[in-house]
Design a binder for this molecule. Sequence first.
Ligand code: B4P
Length: 190
Amino acid sequence: MRLVLLGAPGSGKGTQAARLKEYLQVPHISTGDLLRAEVAAQSPLGLQAKEVMARGDLVSDDILLGMLRDRFSRDDTRAGFILDGYPRNLAQAAALGELLADLGQSFDAAIQLEVDNELLVERLAGRAQAEGRADDNPESVRKRLQVYDQQTAPVIEYYRQQDQLTVIDGVGSLDEVLNRILGAIQVEKP
Ligand code: B4P
């Protein structure tokens, strides 16, 4: 199974991807996690990305594509993947199509988790308290939502037009949302 998970910040992409991988037995590739690992390691790439992420902007397409190429060069992605956090703009959507085509692959579905803005802000405020992530402060959250509307919403429209989009209601308990996704991709819980 090859899935692309889309949705606004706080829509539950990372949360659901971590659970889905247990059922699908494929790697969870989160571009946010890959970037945070670089930041934690204080690598040159991490040092470049740190400020950009903290203010809620998108890290450069070139950096992201390099990271993704690296990750997809590993054998474990041959059996499938759950891609979380990429693509976030139309240039990244085109780059993903080319990267997968180079590997002789494509994806089975792009799943959008839909949650209204009020609840997104509430969830991210909750995570700010629980985990203290640098980009969950109110100012960065506002910026991330704006970036989502301006740059990522067109990606969703693009996949809709290509008939590759499945929209899932992201409001409800973690299990309810997971069950909706599993139902949409026709995977039964063991
Ligand atoms: P991400 O790590 O992708 O962060 P995110 O959009 O906030 O989503 P995440 O998956 O972590 O959170 P989730 O909704 O699961 O990106 C962070 C930054 O990295 C970006 O702003 C950007 O700077 C950079 N970046 C990443 N990818 C990039 C790319 N392709 N190009 C350029 N830059 C890139 O969860 C949020 C909270 O909601 C959690 O606390 C969770 O517990 C809660 N929650 C989830 N589901 C819930 C539910 N059903 N009910 C109640 N709470 C729920």
